[in-house]
Design a protein around this ligand. Structure first.
Ligand SMILES: *[C@@H]1O[C@H](CO)[C@@H](O)[C@H](O)[C@H]1NC(C)=O
Ligand SMILES: *[C@@H]1O[C@H](CO)[C@@H](O)[C@H](O)[C@H]1NC(C)=O
Ligand SMILES: *[C@@H]1O[C@H](CO)[C@@H](O)[C@H](O)[C@H]1NC(C)=O
Ligand SMILES: *[C@@H]1O[C@H](CO)[C@@H](O)[C@H](O)[C@H]1NC(C)=O
Ligand SMILES: *[C@@H]1O[C@H](CO)[C@@H](O)[C@H](O)[C@H]1NC(C)=O
Length: 405
């Protein structure tokens, strides 16, 4: 066969094959049309009659509505539809961010929540102050991070917990160099007010702060529902005074942390993973509790929806860079009365999901394992332990005679 004829033959086959494919496609197209109803609507290209990013109606629940308001302020174009909603209110929404931070009690909330007057008092109180995020510092440590720490330990404490803080300083939270890395520790405190019948601890706190230089205290009532405020104020402090810390462990003052293990874990992380790191005891598919007797009760009139995945507030570990991003985005998430859920909401806004790590035991280990020194060598964090237990566990961790092979 000449080269020319061979080429022609190949071409011929290619054409036959193409025609075959065309027939197949046409057939399947017709079949598809036939099976999807005969109203003919599918023959036309469907042009959406509304913008695809359209927001739904203004929410009827208070927190969700506040979120819509912030979405609107942060991006008026994308969220323009809600500004015209029939409920009217958004017309008076401010367009500048200065108006976001209102610190006088907002008496108007009582009119915006249908069952406000029957809510528990602490909840009413939370709602009244929900828009306020700035409180002055009573005790600051502007130099806490002068050592450019590899790991910053940020411990949520309460003013009277002197013994818990001291146990942490003498054990897993000892500032300085640990496993060859610089570690810094700060304790996060609100204020004890006369209104809550606290004795005056200010002198003792001042002394403690001078002695250890690790207390941060803000002038707000240190209550359960204000823990979110603690989170937001800490992020603010971090971005001003500690933005170069590579990692942050935030936890309660009644946890035990295996700090050397955490440092080894962090050192082994690939760089791309380290940047977005957020790990802890992650809870998924949780919803608000609706029983008013529970500590975590959230009224139907305030929030509806599922919680995003979040790491239990007993302790979680994240990168310093992520802390800065969390600080930025927290401005656009209304304060929520449960602090760890709130952090999950902020992560979700950043498009991130916290990772579950089995070394974080915020619900403790099984009872039968609690007295085994070797158990604590493989854990990163366990909740809850008394100050004396913390000291004991730390000595177990350091004891060269404990054989865990
Ligand atoms: C909002 O409503 C006004 C008048 O009620 C109308 O002129 C405007 O186009 C509406 N804007 C949007 C984004 O729907
Ligand atoms: C904000 O609103 C004021 C009046 O309400 C208006 O003069 C101003 O241009 C608005 N600013 C922006 C950025 O839309
Ligand atoms: C409360 O509502 C009144 C009238 O509706 C308004 O003038 C006032 O600015 C509102 N106050 C706050 C703190 O939003
Ligand atoms: C949070 O702190 C502020 C400022 O001290 C206080 O007015 C408010 O009552 C506190 N909120 C709760 C729910 O305790
Ligand atoms: C935070 O926001 C500011 C201003 O919007 C921006 O310049 C900065 O890069 C942001 N920082 C981070 C860590 O995202």
């Amino acid at each position: 066969m000449s080269v020319g004829r061979r080429k022609a033959k190949v071409l011929c086959w290619v054409m036959v094959f193409n025609i075959f494919i065309c027939i197949l496609v046409a057939l399947s197209w017709n079949l598809g049309q036939g099976s999807s109803g005969d109203d003919g609507s599918l023959r036309k290209v469907r042009i959406p009659y509304r913008r695809f990013w359209q927001q739904q109606k203004l929410s009827e629940t208070f927190w969700n509505r506040e979120q819509q308001r912030l979405d609107f302020i942060s991006n008026p174009i994308l969220n323009s539809e809600i500004s015209n909603d029939s409920l009217g209110e958004p017309a008076e929404w401010p367009n500048d961010t200065k108006a976001l931070d209102r610190c006088e009690p907002d008496r108007n909330v009582s009119m915006q929540i249908w069952d406000y007057n029957s809510l528990p008092l602490r909840f009413q109180d939370f709602l009244l102050h929900m828009r306020c995020r700035t409180y002055p510092m009573l005790i600051n440590q502007p130099h806490a991070c002068d050592s450019k720490p590899y790991l910053l330990l940020a411990i949520k404490s309460l003013p009277p917990h002197f013994d818990r803080r001291q146990a942490i300083r003498e054990s897993w939270g000892r500032a300085g160099v640990m496993a060859n890395r610089a570690v810094a520790t700060v304790f996060l405190l609100g204020a004890t007010t006369l209104a809550d019948h606290f004795p005056d601890l200010s002198g003792m706190l001042r002394y403690e702060a001078e002695l250890h230089r690790d207390l941060l205290q803000w002038d707000y009532r240190d209550t359960f529902f204000n823990l979110t405020l603690k989170e937001v104020l800490f992020l603010e402090w971090f971005s001003h005074h500690c933005p170069h810390a590579q990692f942050v462990l935030k936890g309660d003052d009644d946890v035990f942390v295996n700090t050397p293990k955490i440092i080894h874990f962090l050192e082994g992380l690939p760089e791309n993973r380290a940047k977005d790191l957020f790990i802890g005891d992650v809870i998924r598919n949780a919803s608000p509790h609706r029983d008013p007797k529970l500590k975590y009760f959230i009224p139907q009139s305030v929030f509806v929806g599922q919680y995003p995945p979040y790491a239990g507030g007993g302790g979680f570990l994240y990168s310093g860079e992520l802390a800065l991003r969390l600080h930025n985005v927290s401005r656009w998430v209304p304060l929520y009365p449960i602090d760890d859920v709130y952090t999950g909401m902020c992560l979700q806004k950043l498009g991130l999901v916290p990772d579950k790590h089995s070394g974080f035991r915020t619900f403790d280990v099984e009872e039968k394992h609690r007295n085994k020194p070797c158990v604590y060598r493989s854990l990163m964090l366990v909740h809850s332990r008394t100050p004396q237990e913390v000291i004991k566990l730390w000595s177990w961790l350091l004891d060269p005679n404990v054989d865990c092979q």
